[in-house]
Design a protein around this ligand. Structure first.
Ligand SMILES: NC(=O)c1ccc[n+]([C@@H]2O[C@H](COP(=O)([O-])OP(=O)(O)OC[C@H]3O[C@@H](n4cnc5c(N)ncnc54)[C@H](OP(=O)(O)O)[C@@H]3O)[C@@H](O)[C@H]2O)c1
Length: 261
């Protein structure tokens, strides 16, 4: 039987207090990985405790740190705490991010700077701090979370889509400059069934109808789950993906294959 085995490895996953990060952390733990997670939620919050409980249930070790990935001091704290606790870092899943949807005309300089700091710079800066540890690993892997907005966008999603498009370039640069010891891969999720997206459906007069309308735009006739992204992550982090680096994978249920009419 073919299985993904990450037993004994340690992964940093950012943004585990909600959505995709939590799903990714759970799947990596299911594959045997210890997880050092973070988010802005405080350490005894329901979100942090949910993460810790989920990893414990998979039988591996977990660590949660409340921090802001846009702060260099906080990023250093995360990497130091992880290496002190687990003595190694094999996988970085740099996932934390927020939709900054302002529009090219209305976006302020502050909003632009915030978006670039969180949705682009934090991925590079955290990768740089993890580099020496990943190089000491047998199969150091960096996975950067971008978006289907890196390929096609919608009016009003600026400047988020600009940062997410740039992540594809970051993936290429890290792969060609830091290989062969470290592989770098991007994941570009489409519509994933997260609390944030449910909140968006709820903003419509008929949330159920809007959800169904969105589902119908997907050839697979479903939304993605956070675990769907986790399974791709687990594969890309494993030795089975040793020939994969410098590229970004769309995981969008076929939505982008459908031409507009
Ligand atoms: N959901 C989708 O359909 C979708 C599609 C394409 C791409 N993505 C990308 O996937 C990633 C996760 O999105 P999501 O939908 O799962 O979002 P989410 O449910 O809002 O979760 C975001 C996570 O990031 C953390 N976070 C946000 N800002 C942070 C900061 N400054 N420092 C540390 N942690 C921070 C949050 O922590 P707290 O909650 O504790 O503040 C939370 O754990 C993002 O990069 C997003 O752009 C999502």
């Amino acid at each position: 039987m073919l299985t993904i085995n990450l037993k004994g490895k340690t992964a940093i996953v950012t943004g585990v207090s909600s959505g995709i990060g939590l799903g990714v952390a759970k799947v990596l733990a299911k594959a045997g990985c210890n997880i050092s997670g973070c988010g802005t939620s405080v350490e005894n919050s329901k979100a942090a405790l949910t993460f810790l409980k989920a990893i414990k249930e998979e039988g591996t070790e977990a660590l949660y740190t409340c921090l802001d990935v846009t702060s260099q001091q906080d990023r250093e704290h995360l990497v130091n705490k992880t290496s002190t606790t687990f003595s190694q870092i094999d996988i970085l899943v740099s996932n934390a991010g927020i939709n900054v949807f302002k529009g090219a005309k209305d976006c302020t300089e502050e909003q632009w700077e915030f978006n670039m700091s969180l949705n682009l710079k934090s991925h590079w800066a955290l990768s740089k701090l993890c580099k020496p540890y990943l190089e000491s690993s047998n199969n150091g892997v960096i996975i950067l979370m971008t978006s289907n907005h890196a390929y096609h966008s919608i009016p009003g999603c600026f400047p988020y889509n600009v940062a997410k498009t740039a992540i594809k370039g970051l993936v290429q640069s890290l792969a060609i400059e830091w290989g062969p010891k470290i592989r770098t891969v991007g994941i570009a999720p489409g519509f994933i069934d997260t609390p944030g997206n449910q909140k968006w459906f709820n903003s419509f007069p008929d949330a159920k109808a809007e959800r169904q309308r969105t589902i119908n735009m997907h050839p697979v006739k479903t939304l993605g789950t956070t675990e769907d992204v986790g399974y791709l992550c687990a594969f890309l982090a494993s030795d089975m993906a040793r020939f994969i680096s410098g590229t970004t994978y769309l995981i969008d249920g076929g939505r982008s294959a459908l031409m507009q009419d």
